[in-house]
Design a protein around this ligand. Sequence first.
Ligand code: NAP
Length: 287
Amino acid sequence: MRTTELPDGESVPVLGLGTWRMGEDPRRQVEELRALREAFEIGYRLIDTAEMYGEGGAEKMVGKAIAAAILAGEIRREDLFIVSKVYPHNASERGVQSACRRSLERLELDYLDLYLLHWPGNHPLRSTVTGFEALRGQGLIRHWGVSNFDVSEMEELWALPTPRHRVGCCVNQVYYSPSQRGIEFALQPLLTSRRMPVMAYSPTDQGKLAQDPVLKAIGVRHGKTAIQIALAWILARSYRIAIPKAVQKKHLVENFEALGIELEARDFEEIDARFPPPARPVPLAML
Ligand SMILES: NC(=O)c1ccc[n+]([C@@H]2O[C@H](COP(=O)([O-])OP(=O)(O)OC[C@H]3O[C@@H](n4cnc5c(N)ncnc54)[C@H](OP(=O)(O)O)[C@@H]3O)[C@@H](O)[C@H]2O)c1
């Protein structure tokens, strides 16, 4: 698996699996569990989930799949990188303590590899960060980060007093895909200057990019699909992680195989013509 680095130098897979919409419908449980087990078999090691997804249902699915795969000897906990997120309304200093413990219980885990504030909320950022740092001290989370933070919110975060020995925020998870390039203007360069990866959510525009004529045409030249080209394009630059969600096995495999694609100058030019990079500040896209 290709990796990128967190600000503390730890390696993280550049491709992970999203889980939004999983754990919502009991009738889909068998299929979703199968998908998660297949994902481990294929080689996915980073899983992105949140207390919001299925109101805990997605975390439970992920927990069941991990427990079964570990029991079967297919994976080890230390090989996984598990990401979850706290609702902004739970993100007070004390709130993150209980929310994190609830997530861990659903996930059947002792610790999270990364815990994110799902989007900016009303609790003072300082209290969320204090809560995250306390969780880190207790060994319940290994890293923390944010999601849906635009430039001004990152600046507010960086302005908080942080003791020197602490790494602080490790990741910003935002909507990023070939059609949603706003972060390239200011946010991504700022994060990259701090060696902080962007975690690209909805990297396939929720599957819609499969129909894009330009991505499809580039795919034909490479013997690949439009979605694979989109993922390869996102991952062509450093400090990027993509977390496409898939339940269908053909999607899981297809997305994973995007890791091996090397795009050429002509491909980048055609994607720039189809989805021009931002020429001025653009508000952060969100789903
Ligand atoms: N932080 C946030 O606020 C935030 C917001 C949105 C998402 N996220 C995270 O990011 C993850 C990914 O985003 P997302 O789920 O919104 O969108 P996405 O990953 O871009 O798209 C998922 C959809 O695309 C389909 N798909 C996947 N691979 C495909 C392929 N190769 N060809 C055709 N269709 C394909 C999936 O179908 P099947 O499932 O049927 O295979 C699913 O319907 C989420 O699951 C979640 O973990 C975070």
